[in-house]
Write a protein that binds this ligand. Structure first.
Ligand code: BGP
Length: 479
């Protein structure tokens, strides 16, 4: 593979990332079923979204219409092409293909929608990078089976995966199974656990942690089966996992803080250990034994895990976390007290900004898994202002991305990590996953819509659009 002036490979996959439920809209179009994302109300900064029992109408359900990519994808992909995208990461809405999740026959209109979407990408030489499940299982599977707490859901997922692998066999090469599968370690957060594992809990359910491990086990088995089947359908497929990478630092050099950070990392990254190694790490086997959480992990499951290791590690990176040792809270999801890192600034949503943490993460993942990697999300959520002349000046976004790309290039050129591509999150403004609001924007392209659902949905280019265009054109040499 030849490299270029920046040190990046010449076929480096620059692009952008989105997820079906956060931008498509058309929540009932073409026979689509209801997904968990469709029954989530909007929250706001500091106020979590809620999962409702039924589907209601109105502006409080922001995923219903989102930015109507369902009807605008042609013009949006044209804008991505203008920026020079080599790839475009999106997800397939499971509910467009299997509206209820447990049908045998897929919904042809849903399959057709993605036929056309991928064909539009190819028309511009853009390689689709596709996530099978990005925070949105069919709501019916939650109501009828309790989401991933039921082993049967493995079969439904695998049937869905097989269906789309066959259909898009010659259209999609890069796949990912579950988005940020490790987010559910925050099992005390209803949003995290419902979106990742489809488990809707009563607040304070004492079984929450045990349930999370069981559900997550079924998901890693489903992921491994999908990898295995995918490779049979097309041996050229590159099928990755997708984790949220948030390195966890010790607050001080005190050995107890360092150990706490290490335990927290183990608790958060066993998912990728299993997906990349094909087996549970010893620390998790010991944890299961000690807590008695290990309910249903069969010998056959272990074989499946061994046979279905991923081809590459996909990950999102937004920030790092910091912990301090705490004696009285041993099962906290970061296995320690999350504390403020005194060396880092934060975004308006209190997310620390830590570009070096990206270089650290790339090194850590490379050393741990020895696999190619793809940074499939990175970015700064910020409020943007449209000037009287229509311009949108977003130097804060450019600064954030530039600093991260610099560290990414150092990781490749100075540390030798094997990196396939970089797809910043929300390349076009979309609904925030955490708040359900439009005002937390990530895009290079502005979409005229506010938190109350008002706006023309017109698209305009921010300053960052031109900056990213230049970055791609020079393959990262001119930042
Ligand atoms: C990741 C998700 C995305 C996305 C992003 C930003 O966790 O994979 O779906 O939304 O975070 O988060 P937010 O939208 O809450 O700012």
């Amino acid at each position: 593979m030849t490299t270029t002036k920046s040190g990046l490979r010449s076929d480096f996959l620059w692009g952008g990332a989105v997820a079906a439920h956060q931008l498509e809209g058309g929540w009932q179009a073409g026979g689509k079923g209801v997904s968990v994302a469709d029954v989530m109300t909007a929250g706001e900064n500091g106020v979590p979204r809620e999962i409702t029992a039924g589907v209601l109408a109105g502006k409080n359900y922001p995923n219903h219409d989102a930015i109507d990519f369902y009807h605008h994808y042609r013009e949006d992909i044209k804008l991505f092409a203008e920026m020079g995208f080599k790839c475009f990461r999106t997800s397939i809405a499971w509910t467009r293909i299997f509206p209820q999740g447990d049908e045998t026959e897929p919904n042809e209109a849903g399959l057709k929608f993605y036929d056309e979407l991928f064909a539009t990408c190819h028309q511009y030489g853009i390689e689709p990078v596709v996530t099978l499940a990005h925070f949105e299982m069919p709501y019916h599977l939650i109501e009828k089976y309790g989401g991933w707490r039921d082993r049967k859901v493995i079969d439904f997922f695998v049937h869905y995966a097989e269906t789309v692998f066959k259909r898009y066999r010659n259209k999609v090469k890069y796949w990912m199974t579950f988005n940020e599968i490790n987010n559910q370690t925050a099992y005390d957060n209803q949003f995290a656990i419902a979106t990742d594992s489809g488990i809707v809990l009563d607040p304070g359910d004492p079984d929450a942690e045990a349930l999370m491990y069981q559900a997550a086990h079924y998901e890693v088995v489903a992921s491994a089966l999908a990898v295995k089947i995918g490779h049979k359908i097309n041996p050229a497929f590159k099928i990755g996992n997708m984790i949220n990478m948030t390195p966890i630092y010790p607050l001080t050099a005190k050995p107890a803080d360092v150990m706490q950070a290490e335990k927290a990392m183990q608790r958060r990254y066993w998912f990728s250990d299993v997906q990349a190694w094909g087996e549970y790490p010893r620390n998790m086997e010991a944890f299961f034994k000690r807590t008695g959480f290990r309910a249903d992990i069969t010998l056959e499951d272990r074989e499946v895990l061994r046979d279905g290791t991923v081809d590459y590690v996909g990950f999102s990176y937004y920030n790092s976390n910091t912990v301090a040792a705490s004696a009285d809270n041993p099962t906290y999801h970061y296995a320690g007290e999350a504390v403020t890192n005194p060396y880092l600034q934060t975004s308006e949503w209190d997310w620390p900004i830590d570009p070096e943490g990206l270089r650290y993460s790339l090194n850590w993942l490379q050393d741990r898994y020895h696999k190619p990697m793809m940074i499939v999300e990175n970015g700064l959520g910020a409020r943007d202002k449209v000037e009287a002349d229509g311009a949108i000046h977003d130097p804060y976004r450019i600064d954030y991305l530039r600093a991260h790309v610099e560290q990414m290039i150092k990781a490749v050129t100075e540390d030798g990590v094997d990196l396939l591509g970089y797809t910043p999150w929300g390349c076009i403004d979309l609904v925030s996953a955490g708040t359900g609001q439009m005002s937390k924007r990530y895009g290079f392209i502005y979409v005229d819509k506010d938190d109350d659902g008002n706006g023309t949905l017109s698209r305009s280019k921010k300053d960052s659009f031109y900056w990213y265009q230049k970055v791609i054109k020079t393959n990262g040499a001119d930042l």
